[in-house]
Design a protein around this ligand. Sequence first.
Ligand code: PMP
Length: 301
Amino acid sequence: MSSQWIFLNGQFVKKEEAVVSVYDHGFLYGDGVFEGIRAYSGNIFKLDEHVNRLYDSAKSILLELPYEKEEFKQVIVDTIRQNELSDAYIRVVVSRGPGNLGLDPASCPTPRVVIIAEALALFPKELYERGLRLGSVASRRNRPDVLSPQVKSLNYLNNILVKLEANQAGVDEALMLNDQGYVTEGSADNIFIVKNGTIYTPPVYLGALEGVTRNAIIDLAEEHGYELKQEPFTRHDVYVADEVFLTGTAAEVIAVVDVDKRQIGNGLPGEVTNHMLQLFRELVVRDGVQCYPENKKDVAV
Ligand code: PMP
């Protein structure tokens, strides 16, 4: 591919020329929303769910998107096609747009839409094989009544702070608790634990983003006969779980084998985790919005 094309304010521009104003309130104040989406084999996974979440985030901050949902989905597909991608990570950003230096969004009449699609540098394969080390951090998850984790906003400092703490502790990912001490999620992924065959994940009202991957895993687990409960749990429950795994658009399904120096299970990705990863990888290639329907081969069955 000769150059990478970025969708910027209604047109495709070359990566080197894709710039936004320093007066954009997305830059000045983190005022805006975003989504991370993935395409597998030319199919965009859960496009409706991601676009719905984007519109909900925007509605919550009174940011009016310049497209109808259907048009928005189409420009995401167009961005994949323009870059001739098949497996990709897609970043959609909508900022409040340029305004003056005061924080009042009233000075920003025109939101900016940016869509970046790149052939994804996947998490290294060996991480899926060896599993992650998780560490709990001192920073707490934003209280949902102060800044809801459901708003996928450009203000990700809460998550960045916990990632910094995880880096300093020398672990792969942070375990974030809420102000009551209940487990919420990682810095950019949801958490599941498995105990005596039952799968648990925290209810999102405790302070987790309602992850698209999380919901897909809940559906897959239920379809395949697992008992799954959305229940509050504490760090102790994570320490003594048989298995722990994280889910997210980038992470997919990834095992955790160590939490605050407590080995999980036998220190290797567990059976349920591996099964969920396998089911997830089967789902993503058969599901999704096709970017290249003209290439679809009729497969005789
Ligand atoms: N929690 C947070 C804070 C995130 O940023 C993400 C990544 N979007 C997730 C969870 C996982 O969500 P999803 O499965 O929709 O990528």
